[in-house]
Design a protein around this ligand. Structure first.
Ligand SMILES: CC(C)(COP(=O)(O)OP(=O)(O)OC[C@H]1O[C@@H](n2cnc3c(N)ncnc32)[C@H](O)[C@@H]1OP(=O)(O)O)[C@@H](O)C(=O)NCCC(=O)NCCS
Length: 136
């Protein structure tokens, strides 16, 4: 019983706060290493997303939802309302936690928050992010 209570408290999906920008960037940039040598070379740079770009995305209306485990942010997804659709602009899970259902949990959470259509884009070369049901 106590064990169940602890595990229920260990993970959370919640909106990211502005003070978490540095941690959001860590998740994005560590996960984006997957693109290195895969996406066109002239599109790759390190860090993949600098702080100024993250701030510009947030200023443009992208809102990040985070997945935390034991208080550690390990996954993020950014969503932006554009006209009558919602765009998933960024989807990243720390490499050590990928493939454990965290991306799926984040996207389910975002899907349940509104009924407006959701569009998800990624690099064509990121074949791992495109599965039979779409991206994650
Ligand atoms: C793409 C990403 C966000 C998915 O999050 P995740 O927590 O790893 O995904 P999940 O464990 O929920 O798995 C979701 C689906 O993706 C598949 N998947 C995840 N990682 C994979 C990989 N490396 N190779 C192949 N398939 C993979 C899973 O098999 C699963 O499909 P299924 O339900 O049909 O079995 C994460 O792997 C990531 O950050 N990747 C690097 C960055 C990236 O490609 N971002 C997406 C574009 S912005």
């Amino acid at each position: 019983m106590e064990q169940n209570k602890n595990s229920a408290e260990a993970q959370a999906i919640r909106p990211c706060a502005e003070c978490e920008n540095a941690t959001i960037l860590t998740v994005i940039n560590e996960a984006a290493i997957a693109y290195k040598g895969v996406i066109p070379a002239d599109r790759w740079h390190e860090p993949y997303m600098p702080l100024d770009e993250l701030k510009a995305e947030i200023a443009a209306g992208v809102r990040f939802t985070g997945y935390s485990l034991d208080g550690l942010l390990i996954g993020v997804m950014g969503i932006q309302n554009v006209r009558n659709v919602r765009l998933i602009r960024h989807a990243y899970v720390l490499p050590n936690y990928q493939g454990r259902g965290i991306g799926s949990a984040l996207i389910s959470n975002l899907r349940s928050s509104s009924t407006s259509p959701m569009l998800i884009g990624t690099w064509t070369a990121a074949t791992w992010a495109v599965v039979s049901r779409g991206v994650v």
